[in-house]
Design a protein around this ligand. Sequence first.
Ligand SMILES: Cc1cc2nc3c(=O)[nH]c(=O)nc-3n(C[C@H](O)[C@H](O)[C@H](O)COP(=O)(O)OP(=O)(O)OC[C@H]3O[C@@H](n4cnc5c(N)ncnc54)[C@H](O)[C@@H]3O)c2cc1C
Length: 451
Amino acid sequence: MNTFDTVVIGAGMAGVTAARMLTDAGQRVVVLEARDRIGGRMHSDREAGFPVDLGASWIHGIDDSPLWDLVQALGIPTLEYTVGSFQVGGRPIENFDGEARPMDAAATRQWIADVEEADRLLVCEIDASSPGDTYLDVTERALDRSALAPERIDEIREFFRHRVEEQCGAWIGDLDAHGLDEDAIDGDEVIFPGGYDELPRRIAAGLDIRLGQVVEYVGRSSAGVVVRTADSEVTADQVLVTAPLGVLKAGSISFDPALPDDIAGPIDRLGMGVFNKIFLQFPTRFWREDSYVVRALGEAGERWHSWYDVSAVSGIPTLLTFAAGPLGRHLQEATDDEIVDDVVAALRALYGDAVVEPRARWITRWGDDEFSRGSYSHLALGSSHHDHDELAGPVDGVLHFAGEATWGDEPATVGAAYYSGHRAAERILGRPVDRDAFAAGIRARERTADR
Ligand SMILES: Cc1cc2nc3c(=O)[nH]c(=O)nc-3n(C[C@H](O)[C@H](O)[C@H](O)COP(=O)(O)OP(=O)(O)OC[C@H]3O[C@@H](n4cnc5c(N)ncnc54)[C@H](O)[C@@H]3O)c2cc1C
């Protein structure tokens, strides 16, 4: 008999969700996690006395969201923040034009209307696109069809490029024309003032999770699976792999026999983007009190274009900006000082000497992280939506995959990780698992532990 029913590789949102559901169903489950912490790409750094979400921050749309239902069932505090997905309207944005001048209300209204018009044309071009068309191709066609002034076309071109970089971590010319099809935001967006990783931590409480276990080998046969790290071996009936797409692409885990084309193909075709965060904390606030976001258009915002006000989390004036796509990869080689100086110079172009030196900073390098090798997956040219779900397997009835890259409806999100973990648990058990009962079980265990 194998030691475990299921071995789960990775203790991010997908892994802990599946492990919890399987354990609740009576299975013997072990989770092998390479890092010295759980949560994976949900990582709240609390060293400064308040949380800084270095990975995921937002739920992008809470309407009809089982993820939101779970967060509510667990009573996790949230803050409404409905501009987390590179929207042009939504909550107040302090816009600067290409010459770094503040835009008044009329100019802002016109900008929003122009982007919305270009977006309408873009949707038509995406619908009419052919295989092999990139997001850059359809964007250019839409802009060609628009009756907008040349300077405005340049600004919107830049805006579309930045939107792809933020949403996918990719260069616009590498993304398939359908790469943002799943990007709809239904309802408000929220962030987590207590740190987003409270969610996977609470799901994981009480599970058999072994940290610092870097899986190198997964063997499978009709008798089950063998999973090896450098110095240990676990046998089980089934294995669930939740290592990120970047890790699978790098071949860091060897599979024996080799993965079939159904799985190897999507791993090869889908893209893994880079999206890094830079948090800067200032002694004083120099941007408007009511702004959710500061955004610079055109030349003024060529490299650094959007700063998100996340002061509410710590009570200290804090801006969050992103380095994504080619800039994100490039800056992984730069020092923290070089990055901060560059961001501060861009802010000074907008606010002048009001921008004093930051008092603290947090900078991520997810592309260099050996247990992630990128930030999240996207539809690279040559891949299809189908590739995401195909990647889930199962293979030979014993090898399953879960994680954000395996969920085609809204890949690259915490929701995708949660839903894919749930799907994997149902497939392994061969029966449905009720999400409400799952949440109620977590609460019930917490109440028992508190007594
Ligand atoms: C900077 C950034 C910002 C983001 N912002 C948002 C956001 O605002 N909203 C949103 O919804 N999503 C966001 N995301 C995406 C979201 O964080 C992920 O989609 C989600 O957390 C992925 O969960 P997962 O379980 O699929 O993978 P992971 O969380 O990466 O978990 C996989 C686990 O596998 C482990 N592992 C890897 N290799 C091995 C190995 N060989 N052996 C053992 N263990 C291994 C890893 O250490 C990791 O813990 C963001 C991501 C990043 C990087």
